[in-house]
Each structure stands twice: as C-alpha cells, then as structure tokens.
Design a protein around this ligand. Structure first.
Ligand code: ARG
Length: 465
C-alpha cells in the first residue's frame, strides 16, 4: 500500500520514496486551483446525477461537503502540506471522504485527474485573463491621464536613439496605450480558446457514464465542451498561448521601463520618478535610482523564460496525458504573477512622473530635429523632395561645423544653398510649427493628440471624456 493521501494505492505493494514524492507531489503549487477544483467537482456531481450514478440527495450531500471544504480551505494560511496529499485534487477528495464517509468515494466515478486538472486550469486561466485585462486598463488609464497632463509638453522623438523629430509627450504616452490595447486584445482572443470544457473526457478515451457534457460546460461558464478526449487531456496550447501574450505585454513594459530609465538619467533629464518608486545608494548619498523601472525592464526576460521553458516541456510529448504537463502550472502562475506585478507598477509609477518641460523642449530644439521641416518648406516652394533633402543635408553639415541651429545660420548662407529660403521659412522651423503640420491620422499634431486622448478617455471610461 502506498501511504495515506495517495489515491491509487491498491496496485502498489510498498510506499513511495521520499525523493519520488519530492518530484511528483504538486500540492505546494496547484493549491492555487483549490476554488476551481471545488467548482469543477460540484459540476461533476450534478453530471453524475444526470448519468444515474448519484441520486439528487447524494449529490446534495457531496456538494454540501465540498462547500464545507471550501470554507476550510479559505481558512488555511497556505497549502496543507502536512496532509500528505499528492495534489489539490487528492486533498479535496480525501477531505470529502473524511467529512461525508463512503459517499465521498463515489465522486470520482467516470472522472480522471487528467480531465479534472485540465478543467481546473482552464477555469483559473480564464479568471487570470480577466484580471490581467483589468490591470492593463488601469495601466492605460494612468498613461492617458499622463497624456492629458502633458498634452502641451514638447519633447524630442527618437529613432536609433538619435533625436529625430519633436513629438508631444502625450503622443509618446499614447503609443504605450496602443501597445497595451493590443496586449489586451491578444488575451481576449486567447480566452476564446481557453474557455472550453474538458470535463467528461476521463483519463483519455472519454467517460463511460452518460453525463451531459454540454450541461457541465454551461454550469462552469464554458462556451462548449471540448471535442476530442485525447486532445482534451493533452492540450496545453492555451497555457503557451497565454504565456505568449504575457511575453508580448512584458516586452512592451520593458520598453517603457527602459525609456523611462533613460529619460530619468542626468543625461536626458526629461522626467523625475516619484520617491516612492525609486531607491537610494548605500554608498553615494546623491543617488536616486529608478529601480522599479529597471525591474520592469527585466521582468520581460523572466516571463519569456517561463514561455520558453514550458514550450520545451511540451516538445515531442506523445498523446495523451503525461506527467510532464504538471509543469504547466509553475510556468503559467509565475508568468501571470510577474506580469500582474509589472502592470500594477506601471499604474503606480506613471502618476508620479514629473516632466521637466523646459528640458524636454530644449532636447526637441537641439540636434537639428527641424531639418525635415526645412526640407518640407523647400518642397512647399517648389523644390523636389530629394533635392530639398540634399540641400538641407549640406546646411546641417554647415550648422554642425559652426555649432549653431539651422535657423541661426545667416540668410546669405541659407540662400546660397537655396534661393527659395526666406524669413518665413526660418520662422516655420520651431518645434511647435513642425508638430502642428504632422496632422494626418496618427500624427503628433496637438489637434490629433487631443482627439486621441479624448477617444481613449471615452473607451476607458475616464472622467472628462
Ligand atoms: N497533479 C497532476 C497535474 O497537475 C494532476 C493530474 C495527475 N494525473 C495523473 N495521471 N497522474 O498534472
């Protein structure tokens, strides 16, 4: 006989080695599925009534027992590891038998932990997606509020980390709102494939009892029962797919973290992070380090590690259930936990950012970021763009040599390069004028950005929409 807590002892002559227990037991991790396991078990008890295995009265006693176990579980500080149970499913079953006696032994009729765990994890994942989408929206609201606050702040926009063209800080913040919207959409899309019910597939070949799988799926809020029992107990596509969506979101947040680390540096000096999200140095009294943002940058790697690791676990697995699949939970839980923390950090840190508007404007003015505007002005005066590009390029070279801005070159030099240049052209070279011209859909003109801020406020249910 295997020791107490094992649900498969009949066939065994001796107990398990402690090392076997160490690699095999999963209660410490899958304890997080306790609520879902109880919900699934309650739905299964009803299914067994339909199949004629349990009377209504028996099912009611089982359900009452499961609800008592729910109360018991909620009162516990953590997984009941001293119970000796192998996993959350065996713990629930054992507690049920402890409470209601032999009747408890009927619940597992026609069910396997294989369809059970797949069902539990899908229920959990569905809830996690809904929570993450809510957290994404919180982060978006923080960014939209920042965009609103900095709707007139002009800063340098970059490509290749070289000053390129001026943009509004609001436009920059809204770029992240767009990224996050795609992340939420990816999760919502994955949810449609998560939300199907494997319960009633048994160990691999389907259940031998006439349960109404449609009704069970419906009772658990699933869209439909899964179609193929072999696939149903083996399928962890949904875990990988959700991890993928988490990685994508994590990558966006790492970009945000990195940009803010740069912007908060002495070299950029665009923003200051609130004290509550920074730390000091144990040695250098002057330091204020953007640790939260650095960790935001790092966590994408941690999440991607879960995704890559679990993909390797799935590689070459034969049908149907294999114990390898037990590794799904540690990877998914870690990924979800890390991303959820990151999203909450974004919602917390963004409102603390203080922009140095003068410094941002200075950067927008520097680096000849108005070179495209000068070329555009020449185009307006009839010069072909390629020629204008060439002319302005030579003027930039001259300006660099003299250490001045384009608009500070003397008119004689400018007109020698192109005689269409006049005082009006020079007056149009301010960042404000340059940005105002970028007024096509998606551009950084104040009008377009105001429109975008308003649109997002409406979509996110924010005041002032
Ligand atoms: N703890 C297991 C898991 O997470 C439950 C399923 C066990 N199934 C089995 N055939 N041993 O995958």
């Amino acid at each position: 006989m295997a020791e107490a807590g094992a649900m498969w002892g009949g066939r065994f002559g001796s107990g398990s080695d402690a090392l076997f227990r160490a690699i095999n037991d999963s209660l410490a991790i899958d304890w997080r599925l306790i609520e879902q396991d109880l919900d699934g078990s309650i739905a299964w008890a009803s299914g067994l009534v339909g199949a004629g295995v349990l009377s209504r009265e028996e099912a009611d006693r089982i359900v009452a027992g499961l609800e008592e176990i729910r109360d018991e579980a909620r009162g516990l500080e953590g997984p009941p590891l001293d119970s000796g149970a192998e996993d959350v499913h065996t713990w629930v079953e054992q507690r049920l038998i402890d409470r209601i006696g032999t009747l408890g032994k009927k619940l597992h009729t026609g069910r396997s932990r294989n369809d059970q765990v797949a069902t539990d994890l899908r229920l959990w994942t569905r809830g996690a997606i809904d929570e993450l989408v809510g957290l994404i929206e919180d982060a978006q609201r923080a960014l939209v509020a920042l965009a609103d606050r900095e709707s007139e702040t002009i800063m340098a926009g970059y490509t290749h980390l070289q000053r390129a063209q001026p943009v509004l800080a609001a436009h920059w913040a809204l770029a992240y709102v767009e990224m996050l919207a795609r992340d939420a959409a990816r999760l919502a899309d994955a949810r449609s494939r998560v939300n199907v019910c494997p319960l009633g597939c048994g160990a691999l070949a389907g259940t031998a009892y006439e349960v109404d799988r449609e009704a069970i799926a419906k009772a658990l809020g699933f869209d439909a029962p899964t179609a193929n029992s072999l696939d149903s107990v083996a399928d962890r596509d949904f875990v990988l797919e959700v991890l993928d969506a988490l990685v994508q979101c994590g990558l966006h947040l790492s970009k945000l973290g990195e940009e803010l680390v740069l912007f908060a540096s002495g070299e950029f000096g665009f923003v200051e992070v609130g004290d509550a999200f920074a730390s000091g140095s144990s040695l250098m009294p002057q330091k204020k380090n953007p640790d939260a943002l650095e960790l935001l940058r790092a966590k994408a790697g941690v999440i991607a590690g879960q995704r890559a690791g679990f993909a390797m676990v799935l590689k070459s697995l034969p049908l149907a259930y294999n114990k390898d699949l037990q590794e799904d939970k540690a990877a998914l839980f870690r990924g979800v936990d890390e991303l959820s923390l990151c999203l909450r950090i974004v919602a917390g840190v963004i409102p603390t950012l203080v922009f140095d508007r003068q410094r941002c404007l200075g950067a927008a003015r520097a680096g000849h970021s108005n070179a495209t505007d000068l070329a555009d002005a020449l185009v307006e005066r009839g010069v072909a763009f390629r020629e204008a590009h060439e002319i302005v390029g030579s003027l930039v070279r001259e300006a660099i040599a003299r250490g001045v801005a384009l608009e500070d070159l003397d008119l004689k030099t400018l007109r020698a390069a192109s005689d269409v240049i006049d005082k009006d052209v020079l007056a149009s070279l301010t960042p404000e004028r340059g940005m105002a011209r970028r007024n096509a859909i998606g551009g950084s003109s104040p009008a377009r950005v105001r429109e975008a801020v308003g649109g997002w406020k409406g979509r996110l249910g924010m005041a002032g929409a």
